[in-house]
Design a protein around this ligand. Sequence first.
Ligand code: AMP
Ligand code: ZN
Length: 274
Amino acid sequence: MDVEQVVEGTIANYALLKEGSKVVVAVSGGKDSTTALYIINKLGYCPEALTIDLGIGDWSRNNLRNISMFCNQNKIHLHIVSVQDELGYTMVDIIKAAEQNLRLKSCTTCGIIRKWLLNKKAREFGFEAIATGHNLDDEAQTIIMNSLSGRFDLNLGLGPKTGTAELQSSGFIPRIKPLYFCPEEEIERYSRSHKFPVLYQKCPYSSGAHRREVRAMLEQIEEARPGTKEKIVTRFTGILAKSKRKNPLRRCKICGEPSSGEICNACKILEVLK
Ligand code: AMP
Ligand code: ZN
């Protein structure tokens, strides 16, 4: 697969970016977001990068060092936002409190806080879109996971581009997924052949047992029926285009960030730390 060509096609077909769009790539230090940043930059969209320093020991230190080096080499401006500086707690403390008080898994808590900070900071810095490294495997897994837990409604929030005009009026910065149609193994091959300075391991706190199960199941089915993952994602995207979400988001009563309820999930977590 020509990863660059697929990304260029996805950006064009789904109108992810226009010439002159002010885009920031959310980078973790992993192969996917680094590849997304590299290709968006190569295509001439002049992206900046934003990383959330989770403060998870050597894991975060190594990722931060790699991202800084990569952005330096490629002359890309990097914004570093630290969870500890922004919120006054480390991610490890936040994860513990949310586990004890709200029975949330570590990846759920980290994901909520990370997305909340990314949206807030991207808006403050004046970006029009946040690009992430989500790939075809991530999306196929998420569609199946949501469906297996009966939360079909959650799938309405997926797709290569999220954030309608109504959502934007409530402070939501649209998210785009340029690697949407790229299988994970193709991205890994691309990243390795370009010798990107990235960690290929998982986060030491990663807890996603359900995702692991679904991933293994999909791999097994893919082997018996090649093309299954792609079919799930492409057919689903077709359906999604027909049923765009209409109800706008509200603003969280506490922090003012966009939220589907009165109080956003990030504030619910942060409240238990007080
Ligand atoms: P994950 O939920 O870990 O699969 O990450 C999904 C996407 O979120 C990645 O591809 C990145 O674009 C973004 N991301 C993950 N971790 C961070 C981080 N620490 N800082 C900024 N963006 C991140
Ligand atoms: Zn809030």
